[in-house]
Design a protein around this ligand. Sequence first.
Ligand code: XXG
Ligand code: FE2
Length: 330
Amino acid sequence: MSDTPNIVRTAYVELISTDLERAKWFWVDMLGFVLTAEDPDALYLRGYEEANHHSLVLRRGDAPAAACISFRVWAPEDLDVASAWYGERGCRVERRPAGATRGIGEAIRVEDPLGFTVEYFHATDRVERLLQRYDVHRGAGIARIDHFNICVDDPAAAHDFYGSLGFRCSETIEGNDRMYAAWMHRKPSVHDIALTGGASPRLHHVGWFAPEQHHITRLCDTFGAIGEQAHIERGPGRHGVSNAFYVYLRDHDGHRIEVYTSDYFTGDPDHETLRWDVNDVRRRDFWGAAVVPSWYAEATDVLDLDGKVVATRSVDESTSEARVGADGFR
Ligand code: XXG
Ligand code: FE2
């Protein structure tokens, strides 16, 4: 068996958007993403702290979907390592020349065993870091991409799979002798990827880091002031898992974004996994606020390497286990 690729962190997501004008209003005007570049069929966006070309691609298409989630690797050689690693597991692997995605160097995309299209790249165009250009900061002051949250039908198996790729586990939700969700990281934060039980494969949300809590409350105030409060799905609140202050929003296509701040350092070698009991009402919202049903039920379809929607395997919500798994339906 070959080595595992040295994965640095969550890097960007490519979402299919049905209306780029509306998307620009939501992501740039309201949330405050920086528009790095624009093609007739795509927007390339980043946060104020980011010097990589983008952390979000919005590509025009007929139906909302996620084309890929993308991780950055430490060195160019890691692309060959990743290619061999997935190849040995029987996964379809596609090589992409530099520029196949604007701003991204040579890359590979794979159809992974969980059903997701995952990209790895090393090289990316570097752009101006606007961290201290407070004069241009807008919206929620979006700083940088933080994590993906994906729906998987077997969180324990997905946890083991990401563990074999070198991810460490910061937190879980467990009970009744099973795992309901897991938070896994490469960078020393709570997560680069969260694995949530549910109909799969689907992208549940992408989390971007905001510098301070007030950015989140101000964003919600702004949505309310202009009568666009329907974009706010859940929160603001304090998570039990991760300790982060958060809000979840939906764009016009239903793509879910979490604006997230104040999680904690996980980089020590003996950092222990924090295991939440599925019956602890503080696990998802530390103040005990109920989680809205749409947050459990709805997510974004994912595309395979041919751009086709991957059929979802649904969980049986009628069984008590599935209901506890979607903890909140109870
Ligand atoms: O980032 C996260 C989440 O994955 O979005 C969800 C941190 C915590 C939670 S949860 O609602 O489960 O506390
Ligand atoms: Fe999240």
